[in-house]
Design a protein around this ligand. Structure first.
Ligand code: CTP
Ligand code: MG
Length: 227
């Protein structure tokens, strides 16, 4: 396929704090990773590289094969690293064949709708080197110095970044090869390499499961409706 999706699932989930790697925590009958993979496989066929904790590679492969159905040949699972950036690098090294576009997706954004993937790919097909989904910021924002407010910040010039973040494969590979510091997301890393990054509309359902409250929200979104 022309597109590869790297699903990073190698984090420990410190803030969720359930004592198991976050991606392997159940939402309903299915784990966070399984729901993320179901979303990936609802989008058009792509090569899928899952990045899992080293001691969960087998478990991740089983889940990925279950999610893939008759597309299991498109699945690879590799072990991640200490940081998200190291995990993405491990995933990128496992992309094979003549892939042109690479999307990097947080497993923790388990309920991301397939439309978001489509918008990112469409922006790349339109010529962008890098594209990421964003959401408007809803809170009123203040810049602070300790507990003192320095100034109000105009939220109209700010957005909240989501995943999947998409890149021309060559652009992402060159940016990772050149990266010196740690970046909070792949778009920041690519921007530091001097590339333009474009935005597409994100989706509220692409929220990241970070805390126990986020997991509760995911659970209620998936719960059967009582009428
Ligand atoms: N991730 C990863 N490898 C790491 C760290 C994070 O693959 N070394 C992945 C996580 O599995 C997650 C995504 O990157 O899908 C976003 O990270 P985050 O939400 O911060 O997850 P964790 O790092 O697991 O959580 P925490 O920061 O609370 O420990
Ligand atoms: Mg983290």
């Amino acid at each position: 396929p022309r597109v590869a999706v790297i699903v990073v699932a190698a984090g420990s989930g410190t803030r969720l704090g359930v004592g198991a790697p976050k991606a392997f925590v159940g939402i309903d009958g299915g784990s966070i990773l399984r729901h993320a993979l179901d979303g990936v496989f609802r989008a058009p066929a792509a090569q899928v590289v899952v990045v899992a904790p080293a001691d969960r590679v087998g478990d991740a492969l089983t889940q990925a094969h279950d999610a893939a159905g008759d597309r299991r040949d498109l699945v690879t699972v590799v072990a991640g690293g200490e940081t998200r950036q190291a995990s993405v690098a491990a995933g990128l090294a496992a992309v094979w064949g003549d892939v042109e576009l690479v999307l990097v997706h947080d497993a923790a954004r388990a309920l991301t709708p397939p439309d978001v993937f489509a918008r990112v790919v469409a922006a790349l097909d339109g010529g962008a080197d890098a594209a990421l989904p964003v959401m408007p910021v809803v809170d009123t924002l203040k810049r602070v110095d300790g507990d003192r407010v320095v100034e109000a910040v105009d939220r109209a010039t700010l957005t909240a970044a989501q995943t999947p973040q998409g890149f021309r494969r060559t652009v992402l590979a060159q940016a990772y090869a050149a990266a010196t510091g740690e970046f909070t997301d792949d778009a920041a890393l690519v921007q530091a390499a001097g590339r333009a990054v474009t935005t597409v509309p994100g989706d509220a359902l692409a929220f990241k499961i970070t805390t126990a409250a986020d997991l509760d929200r995911a659970r209620s979104l998936l719960a059967p409706r009582v009428i």
